[in-house]
Design a protein. Structure first.
Length: 455
């Protein structure tokens, strides 16, 4: 989750116009995410986070109820936050208890057929700075100062000690090896778990600015020269034990303001680009301003990398702090339309039962405007998608696809949000339907049109 500083917002805002102009250059279509049977996937879900508990109490705030409720509302994916400081509290000593706790959560996900992305989360690097993530034993500051900013935690990323800690993580060979070993342990333990879709190596990576650099220039350099090599190291570590899991690579969170990433090629066949989708004004509690064209600028910039490197997109975090402001209904409609144009899905911040960023309140009911994230969609299409559209005003979803050949999967799966939905198919059979999903069976190489209507 990102709450940007006022200073950072001002700096980046000055760059938006030229960035958007560059982003309008054309490119090939962005590839779709696929499963092991070749079906085209759409992921929609939420982050599951327990930052408050560690040690014996780690992950205790995440329960089976979350997976049951998410699936009941039509979501099929969770991005599960795990913490290196809990996994490896001392160098080379991995907590078997923590691995069992992760496995218990994954078992709940599998029970409700929810796919999971394991996210090695960090906020302000880790415990050395009063947060979670990289262990204190792997934090090196060279004695540089750190001043907490409790009213603006994201600004702590710009403290000299935090920035230097990132430099050491990226450049010190022993820390490089430690991070790779940590990921090898996680991937080795969970590569065969039915719920695990893949791995997010590090949440919102940051780095150290150099004198004279503006924020966007520094971000692109850090992404190019430090974060890209880190992802390649972690990819090698994961592939030594898991050949199938997807690798979800993030740029710095600066991309949220419409700045294209400087990430280079990740030499791995199963890479997903996983940016976050936050706006500084809205993170500070402000309303959405359609005239500022933030969504258009973001979309133009964020699609450059996947077009160039031919990788799918999953937006790993998004969602404003205050959902009840006057323009938030417009925001969710605009955001959902934009995400559907270029991504294979998203995981919002966050699934919890309360206020603030929570998707639902204490009773499990959607918080204001969050219900607009619950739409019919095709979880898995057994064929080539021609089009997939949803009209929220009319409550109509249409899917057009060419069914796979005789050696491919024949079953397409739809996800249905709460409500009374009617599913019809032309060129195929509605094999089965329940309250949350429908299954479509098609003859190989036929053209199929599926229509889902409310009520």
């Amino acid at each position: 989750m990102l709450r940007t500083t006022l200073a950072a917002t001002v700096v980046v805002a000055s760059l938006l116009a030229p960035t958007a102009a560059r982003a309008e250059a054309g490119g090939d279509a962005i590839p779709a995410l696929t499963d092991s049977r070749g079906r085209v996937l759409t992921l929609r879900g939420w982050n599951l986070a327990d930052k408050s508990h560690s040690g014996d109490a780690a992950l205790s705030a995440i329960t089976e109820k979350s997976f049951r409720d998410m699936r009941a509302k039509g979501y099929n994916t969770a991005r599960l936050l795990v913490f290196w400081d809990d996994l490896e509290p001392r160098p080379g000593q991995y907590s078997q208890s923590y691995l069992r706790k992760i496995e218990r959560v994954l078992d709940w996900a599998a029970k409700y057929d929810v796919k999971v992305i394991l996210d090695a989360h960090q906020d302000i690097f880790g415990p050395a700075f009063g947060s979670r993530g990289i262990p204190a034993w792997a934090t090196r500051t060279d004695g540089l100062p750190f001043t907490p900013h409790p009213d603006d935690w994201f600004s702590e990323y710009f403290e000299p000690a935090v920035q230097r800690a990132f430099t050491h993580l990226y450049e010190d060979e022993d820390l490089q090896r430690a991070q790779a070993r940590m990921w090898r342990v996680l991937a080795d333990r969970f590569d065969n778990h039915p719920a695990v879709l893949g791995y997010d190596p590090i949440n919102e990576p940051m780095g150290e600015m150099r004198e004279g650099e503006d924020l966007a220039t520094a971000a692109r350099r850090i992404e190019r020269d430090q974060i890209t090599p880190m992802y390649n190291r972690i990819a090698d570590a994961v592939r030594s034990v898991d050949k199938d899991g997807w690798l979800f690579v993030e740029p710095t969170p600066i991309v949220g303001e419409g700045v294209p990433t400087g990430l280079g090629r990740i030499d791995d066949p199963k890479v997903v680009y996983a940016p976050h989708f936050y706006n500084g004004v809205m993170e500070a509690g402000g309303d959405y301003d359609p005239s500022a064209r933030w969504i258009e600028n973001y979309e133009a910039a964020v699609t450059q990398y996947p077009k160039e490197y031919k990788v799918p997109v999953i937006v790993g975090e998004w969602g404003p702090l205050n959902n009840s402001l006057p323009n938030m209904n417009r925001f969710y409609r605009d955001a959902m339309a934009s995400l559907s144009r270029y991504s294979s899905g998203w995981t919002g911040w966050e699934w919890c039962y309360g206020g603030g960023y929570c998707a639902v309140d204490a009773t499990g009911a959607f918080r204001p405007n969050k219900e607009l994230t619950a739409e019919p969609y095709a979880e898995a299409v057994a064929g080539t998608v021609r089009s997939a559209t949803y009209d929220p005003g009319a409550g109509v979803y249409r899917l057009s696809y060419d069914a796979a050949g005789p050696r491919g999967s024949r079953v397409t799966e739809l996800s249905l949000p709460p409500g009374d939905w009617r599913v019809t198919a032309r060129g195929a059979l509605v094999l089965r339907k329940d309250r949350t999903r429908a299954w479509i069976l098609a003859t190989p190489r036929t053209h199929v049109t599926v229509t889902v209507t409310r009520g």
